[in-house]
Design a binder for this molecule. Sequence first.
Ligand SMILES: Nc1ncnc2c1ncn2[C@@H]1O[C@H](COP(=O)(O)OP(=O)(O)O)[C@@H](O)[C@H]1O
Ligand code: SF4
Ligand SMILES: [Mg+2]
Length: 351
Amino acid sequence: MSAVMTLTKEIATEKENEKDALFRTSPVLEIKNLSISLYEDKGGEEHRLVKKLNLSIRPGEMLGLAGESGSGKSLTASAILGLLPKSLSVSEGQILIRGQDLLNLSEKEMGHLRGKEIAYIFQNYQDSFTPFIKIGRQLVEALRSHDKISKPEAKKQALLWLERVKLPAEQIFSSYPHQLSGGQLQRASLAAALMFEPVLIIADEPTTALDVLTGEKVLDLLAGLQKELNCAVLLVSHDLKHVLKRTDSMAVMYGGQIVEKGATKSLRENPRHPYTKLLLKARPILRYTALEKFAAIPGEPGLIAKEGCTFALRCPLSFEQCYMVPAMQPAGRFQWTACQAVDREKVDTNA
Ligand SMILES: Nc1ncnc2c1ncn2[C@@H]1O[C@H](COP(=O)(O)OP(=O)(O)O)[C@@H](O)[C@H]1O
Ligand code: SF4
Ligand SMILES: [Mg+2]
């Protein structure tokens, strides 16, 4: 091989490696300026339930979406899956999976992506399976509906995945859903979600219906499999404990908006937004119900200011300027906060 050919080959390999590195590090999911609206009737008044949301997740990253009940977490997750309730719609923005805007896909294309490229694990894991069909048959049919593989090959893969989620594979394969415990069913639904080796997993309150110990085990399993598959995970949880313990990055939502986001470590050690601070303070040592958990934050979770900062009606630090919409601004190396007081802090410190 001539010197020129060798050099050309080396440059091509280098370019391939660069592309690989970029692919590994460029986001799997990018949400840009996403708003989700409810219209009273056709052409009627618009109510924005999610407002101008921006976030991204890279391969191997677990991002936690936290916030009280009603803050817009599940609507965001449903929009990514193309499963918003009929009465709601995306009124602006983009949802990009590896650069492809999901909002431009047909229902059929979206159906193909959902379940295969984007897997989802819900709180109601019972809904992952049809009650009167054995788990094995359901897994085999799901595998064969996405990939053209033979029945024996699909059975082999289904058994393998039941093993990977640490279930007695043969036994679960020939069981009906109601014969499984809650923890077993959630593991089986994990197998059903991950067997296509998705690039993105959306887990919406995956442990809320489980007891503490079983829930922790399911999350351990999810974290382990995420590492093996190097996929991105969006962990939606009102339980800050899970988000703080498990995720690499997090976004805190209030009233349909992200009020603070960044590296989990950074937000945990140095929360800047009053809502994040109160959420962290309200975090229980023992297990309480969701309502008790947030009782320490003044006011009700649904108290959302119509103008300016969504948290203004509950914020102990609010001042006149809070009735202007706060912009998201850097508040640390890996942290962004939407709060007028962050600016005020800066002014005060500089004075
Ligand atoms: N189908 C719907 N029609 C009207 N409002 C809805 C619908 N679904 C959710 N909402 C409202 O949108 C807000 C956000 O809901 P959701 O995303 O489910 O919150 P979270 O998951 O954070 O608890 C809530 O105020 C809720 O009442
Ligand atoms: S902008 Fe104002 S009301 Fe909103 S969180 Fe900051 S201080 Fe509180
Ligand atoms: Mg929810």
